[in-house]
Design a protein. Structure first.
Length: 370
């Protein structure tokens, strides 16, 4: 049993680090809100809703603070014009970028508009020329974060694998020691209880899914690096849910499909009601996976930014300083609380997605019970 004083010291140290991290996040979100307010017209009230959606949306740059940002490659292919590759800051502001293919590009507030003709100055931003067909293969903020997480996962698991080969039968250490408890957790607490004897077949996918979601969620909590929202992006969660759907459908055995399409020991009138519901559930289950993960991760970002915006809204953007200070105290405390809750959500959402995927695989591969 651990010594009580040692346990108390560890808890205090952990709480201090979490509090410090929460304060750093507060400074980051406040700086973001200030920068968004500064970008607006001085005579117009900043659109808080637009600022929040801009923060969680996918963009063509990584915004750090103020006017400091990292432009990302824009890669456009139009069958009628060809390829264009440039950095997003080339099309930012009031000066459209004229690509080598002849197309014109304008990047404004995270949105990229493409036109076959030179845009008119001060015109509404949007896709001018809807008849233009093009494919956007750009490295956006979400794609950049996704590739970074995948590269980090390859390095981590490759390093751990080499450590096992170099030190067979010995106690793990370093990165190997950090990964092993999570790997065993996914195997012993998720895969084996949910799938059974076929667990080893699906374990690589479950491990990849768990660590990808877990690390992507953690990346979104690190301040001053652009506010990544990888698993809060619908396209990412859609692909994760689609892969789960494909694996479940392909893995379904005879008993699984018979239970869905024509269940035994069920009266015919009930079958006519039950079978359509079961067929709908095949598509509904991955949709629930997608929506749950997207909504829960995006909600945390929205709440923290909304609480920051309250300081400026109730303080009348600097006109009512006492109200701003009073609101700031409340918002700061609640933001730190929500930020600490997000650490739990980071792990919980990775666990829930992986667990439900394992349960779907288990249902598809279970044998008939007599």
């Amino acid at each position: 049993m651990a010594h009580p004083a040692l346990c108390s010291s560890i808890l205090r140290s952990t709480a201090f680090r979490l509090l410090t991290f929460g304060l750093a996040a507060l400074i980051s979100t406040t700086a973001f809100a200030l920068s968004e307010a500064d970008h607006g017209d001085e005579e117009e009230t900043p659109d808080i809703g637009a600022s929040i959606m801009h923060h969680i949306a996918d963009t063509y740059e990584i915004h750090f603070f103020g006017d400091v940002s990292l432009p990302l490659p824009v890669i456009i292919y139009a069958p009628s014009h060809g390829w264009d590759v440039f950095l997003s800051n080339a099309a930012a502001g009031d000066h459209p970028y004229h690509g080598s293919s002849g197309l014109w590009y304008t990047y404004h507030h995270g949105a990229l508009s493409v036109s076959a003709e030179e845009p008119v100055a001060h015109a509404d931003h949007g896709n001018e020329g809807a008849e233009l067909v093009f494919y956007d293969l750009s490295i956006t903020k979400t794609v950049f974060g996704l590739l970074m997480i995948l590269a980090l996962m390859v390095w981590m698991f490759s390093s751990a694998g080499r450590a096992y080969k170099k030190r067979p039968g010995q106690a793990p250490k370093g990165l190997q020691n950090a990964l092993e408890p999570l790997i065993l957790f996914v195997r012993d607490e998720i895969a084996v209880p949910s799938i059974g004897k076929h667990a080893d077949r699906y374990l690589p996918f479950l491990l990849t899914t768990f660590f990808f979601i877990f690390m992507s969620n953690l990346l979104g909590l690190i301040p001053f690096i652009g506010g990544f929202n990888i698993t809060g992006t619908l396209g990412v969660t859609l692909m994760l849910a689609t892969v789960v759907f494909i694996i479940t459908t392909v893995s379904g055995n005879r008993h699984y499909w018979k239970h869905i399409l024509w269940p035994d020991d069920v009266p015919l009138p009930i079958k006519l009601i039950l079978v359509p519901i079961e067929i709908i559930s095949i598509f509904l289950k991955p949709m629930v996976l997608m929506i749950r993960l997207t909504a829960n991760i995006s909600a945390g970002h929205i709440i923290i930014i909304a609480l920051t915006s309250l300081i400026f809204l109730l303080g009348d953007y600097g006109q009512n300083i006492p109200a701003g200070i009073g609101t700031g105290v409340f918002s700061a405390l609640f933001m730190i609380f929500m930020y600490l809750i997000e650490f739990l959500v980071v792990f919980l959402q990775a666990y829930v997605f992986t667990l439900l995927a394992a349960l779907y695989f288990g249902d598809a591969t279970q044998e008939a019970h007599h």
